[in-house]
Structure formats: C-alpha cells, structure tokens
Design a protein around this ligand. Structure first.
Ligand code: CA
Length: 240
C-alpha cells in the first residue's frame, strides 16, 4: 500500500514513533508540527490519511478537523484523532468534529496500525456497487452521492458507508457488533458507542430532508433500515 500519511503532532518523539511504524508498513509519511503547517501540507497534496493530535500549540486538532470537514476539497479526508483524553465526552467531541476514529495515548503500535489499516480499508472505493433507491433516498456508491428528491445530502464517509450498509440490507435488524463488523471492518478497538454516535449524525443529516424515520432504532436489539419510510417529497421523487 503506497498510501501517504500526514502526521500532525507537536511532540517530536511521538511523531517519530508514528512515522517509523507507518513507514515500516510500506506507507510514506509527512510530519507537521502544528495546525498551520498541517494546513499547508494538505493544501500542497491531499494525503490518504491524517493522524491528528488533539493538543497542538495554537489551533487544536479538533478545530482543524472541523475546518477540513467544512471544506469541499478535504471533507472526505480520513482522520484518526490522537488524544491523551480518555473521557467519553472528549472522544465523542472528536468524532463529532469529523474524526473517523480516535486513539488514546499511550497506544500500542499494534493498535495504531490496526486502526490505520481499518480506516484505509473502509475508505477503499466500492465503485462497482450499484446505486440503491429506497424510502425516497437515492445512494450511488460510484459517485458517493446521496440525494433525496434531487437534493444532495452531505454525509461523512463513515456515515455514507453506514447508510450504504443499512440500505443494502433493509428490514433486517443489525445489532451494534454486526454494524461495527460490516461498516468499520476491524472493530477490535472500537466501542459500540461509536455506532450510536454515527447513527445519530446520519439521522440528523436525513432529518434535514425528512427522511430520518428510515433509520430505526429497535430497542435493545440494534438498527434497521425501513424501506417503507420516507418523506412525502422522497416518495414523490421516487414515483415520478
Ligand atoms: Ca500534542
């Protein structure tokens, strides 16, 4: 894998440790010591993955992740947040800022590489997959676009993959472990709470077009895509 990884970390020893392990796995590495330098590196060339430290001098990693997510060019950039914070609220804040995953320091290199591989794998293109139309929602894996009644729905890559999985397997109830397995691919280090956070964000995006009822919570069991749900506008678009 010749993926290029950008490491954003102000502590030289940690940056070096990360760089050694990633190079060892056959990927190339660039290092930025602060948010300003990281922005310049990404402006120059989009990496395949960013390892982003939360605590940076000046602008924080969370603020930087939010900026990248708000920008068309960088909104699909895979980001793994590095954090010394273990409190659940902080981890959720990292995911809410648009990180795909997070890693709490100190971490083992085995854990680091498992997460790097998992994020790169779930970002792998699925261009051969056919478009799906259900509950008024149109999802095209080739273009990674989701539309309802012709309106674009903006989703992060993880939420896109989550919706894709649910739409491809409608009506069935999937528990969190199954969702982790199918959407995240390598769930060894990811908590089930992560699924809830991404389902919540997916629903918020769908609520804007009145389609959030399609993603159902089945109490005590998991999640289900209801193919018969959908907004009036979605139903009208589907029948026209
Ligand atoms: Ca730091």
């Amino acid at each position: 894998m010749s993926a290029e990884v950008l490491i954003v970390e102000d502590e030289a020893a940690i940056a070096e440790l990360l760089a050694i392990n990633i190079r060892h796995a056959g990927m190339t590495v660039r290092v930025a010591l602060d948010a300003e330098q990281a922005r310049r590196e990404v402006d120059k060339q989009l990496p395949k993955l960013v390892l982003l430290d939360w605590m940076l001098p000046g602008q924080s990693g969370v603020q930087l992740a939010r900026q990248w997510r708000a920008d068309e060019r960088t909104r699909d950039l895979p980001i793994i947040m590095l954090t010394a914070r273990a409190a659940e609220d902080d981890r959720v804040a990292g995911l809410d800022a648009g990180a795909d995953d997070y890693l709490t320091k100190p971490f083992s290199t085995k854990e680091l590489m498992a997460r790097v591989r998992a994020v790169l794998r779930r970002r792998a293109p699925e261009a051969l997959d056919k478009p799906i139309e259900s509950a008024g929602i149109h999802l095209d894996p080739a273009t990674r676009r989701v539309t309802v009644g012709g309106r674009d729905i903006k989703l992060s890559p993880t939420e896109f993959k989550l919706l894709h999985f649910l739409m491809a397997h409608p009506e069935r109830v999937h528990n969190r472990t199954q969702v982790l397995d199918r959407v995240w691919g390598d769930h060894v280090f990811i908590e089930e709470r992560t699924v809830d956070v991404h389902v919540k964000r997916l629903r918020e995006a769908l609520r804007a077009v009145g389609c959030d009822a399609a993603v159902e919570t089945v109490r005590g069991a998991g999640y289900r895509f209801n193919a018969r749900a959908g907004s009036l506008s979605g139903a009208a678009a589907a029948s026209s």
